[in-house]
Design a protein around this ligand. Structure first.
Ligand SMILES: Cc1cc2nc3c(=O)[nH]c(=O)nc-3n(C[C@H](O)[C@H](O)[C@H](O)COP(=O)(O)OP(=O)(O)OC[C@H]3O[C@@H](n4cnc5c(N)ncnc54)[C@H](O)[C@@H]3O)c2cc1C
Length: 415
């Protein structure tokens, strides 16, 4: 009997377990066991995509990834978004592609994604052991073959570390992958929370709940590091929303505390156009300043900008000075917000940094330090953009590890 342990019943671990059994054509002398720390597998899958599971992105290319992007290439090219959609189609799950290439299950329920994975594991005889935390890993060489021992108890021919990163501990991931890999001599690159909201300095709580389409530049030590565009969500602690979360890994990875986001809250207007709009409003406008920009932005956002410019929201529009109008229009185009920190791992969707990819073979996902030890998913120093990129990596790397193990078992039998 060939025994394989998959540590972690998340996205990559389940894809890996299924791919092993598909590759060996469901042989009954192959036993795959998925060990899961929590009381049930796939808890994180259930919360992805706000409960809808954005399971991949048809536009996913290397450009959407950070960390050791070169390492990710082989797996992502072998198991493309299309290949992963077919993988799910064959499990009976159909998908719909929405804006910006985001792919969701037709059911609109993340639970469907988990269910088809569970049902397939069950059909293939994959053993699922929950409430089991792998805490120890070592290899023993009996002079003939290398065996891997989990928790000083169970011996396996192959072990796959699929226990994720450190983001969202509530869903089972608290950095165990790193501890297990370190026990096998692997290096871990510095880790930081990614796809997370940002804490801002002296931020007004009054904006809580306001959403606004903005352009934004991330400025670190006076240099523009990245720009983005999309819907910003204002919270009582700072900034959130997809475009902000995309920038967050650069904030959390940076040692600097000189970090700003310059928000353009009127991206549809040039500086001249917003200035002319305000001069026109002064000429023809009646009423008070809090209504000055109601034609172009959320009223609470207008009140906040007025206060930033030291203009009383209840002052009369016709009394605005030229200087006040110029200052306000400048602020609309470039509102400089000081960033305190990225929020922590507990609030993050993924982990930036992780297992040092140079110690693994990108074509197999196998460790270069220990035969028959594999790793897949978020545990690696690879993180993707929002929009299905991270699950795409989880399925692709998990399937590649699974396929390699399956082929290896097939080849051994044919020798
Ligand atoms: C709120 C939220 C929303 C997200 N939405 C999306 C989305 O819509 N699209 C997208 O692409 N990505 C999304 N992501 C990111 C995506 O879910 C992860 O990148 C992906 O699940 C990583 O897969 P993984 O298999 O590497 O790890 P995980 O899916 O995290 O699975 C790891 C599993 O290992 C288990 N485990 C941990 N330690 C041990 C141990 N010692 N022993 C046994 N088991 C262990 C954990 O309990 C967990 O079940 C989201 C993440 C979060 C938190």
């Amino acid at each position: 009997m060939v025994k394989i342990a998959v540590i972690g019943g998340g996205a990559s671990g389940l894809a890996c377990a299924i791919e092993i059994m598909h590759t060996v054509n469901n042989r009954d002398d192959v036993k795959v066991t998925v060990f899961e720390k929590l009381s049930r597998i796939g808890k994180k899958i259930l919360v992805t995509g706000n409960g809808r599971c954005n399971l991949t992105n048809v536009n996913a290319t290397q450009q959407g990834y950070r960390g050791d992007v070169e390492f990710s290439k082989y797996a992502l090219n072998k198991y493309t978004p299309e290949s992963n959609i077919i993988f799910f189609n064959e499990l009976g799950l159909y998908t719909r592609t929405e804006d910006e290439g985001r792919v969701y299950p037709l059911s609109n329920q993340a639970s469907s994604v988990l269910d088809v994975l569970r049902f397939e594991c069950s059909r293939l005889g994959v053993e699922i052991v929950c409430d089991y935390q792998a805490m120890h890993l070592k290899s023993v060489f009996n002079g003939v073959v290398n065996k891997l021992v989990v928790n000083n108890r169970d011996r396996f021919d192959y072990v796959v570390v699929a226990s994720g990163g450190k983001a969202a501990k509530v869903h089972g991931t608290d950095g165990d992958s790193y501890d297990l890999l370190k026990m096998m001599g692997h290096k871990i690159t510095p880790i930081a929370p990614a796809l997370v909201s940002l804490n801002c300095e002296d931020f007004t709580k009054a904006l809580k709940g306001v959403r606004s389409i903005c352009k934004m530049d991330l400025i670190i030590d006076g240099e523009k590091t990245l720009e983005n565009y999309g819907e910003v969500q204002f919270t009582d602690y700072g900034l959130s929303g997809i475009p902000i979360m995309q920038l967050s890994r650069f904030v959390s990875m940076s040692p600097s505390n000189d970090i700003y986001i310059n928000l353009d809250v009127t991206p549809d207007f040039t500086k001249d156009k917003i200035e002319n709009y305000l001069f026109d409003r002064r000429e023809f406008g009646t009423g008070i300043c809090e209504n000055l920009l109601i034609g172009v932005m959320n009223k609470q956002l207008c009140i906040t900008l007025l206060k930033e410019c030291s203009i009383a929201p209840n002052s009369r529009i016709c009394d605005l000075s030229d200087d006040e109008i110029i200052r306000l229009s400048s602020l609309c185009k470039c509102w400089k917000i000081k960033i305190k920190t990225a929020r922590g791992f507990d609030f993050a969707q993924v982990t930036a940094g992780g297992a040092d990819c140079s110690q693994f073979d990108s074509k197999t996902m196998e460790s270069k330090l220990c035969d028959n030890l594999f790793c897949c998913g978020e545990a690696y120093n690879i993180d993707g953009d929002c929009g299905g990129y991270n699950l795409q990596w989880a399925w692709s790397s998990g399937r590649l590890a699974g396929n390699t193990i399956g082929e290896r078992i097939n080849n051994a039998q044919n020798q």
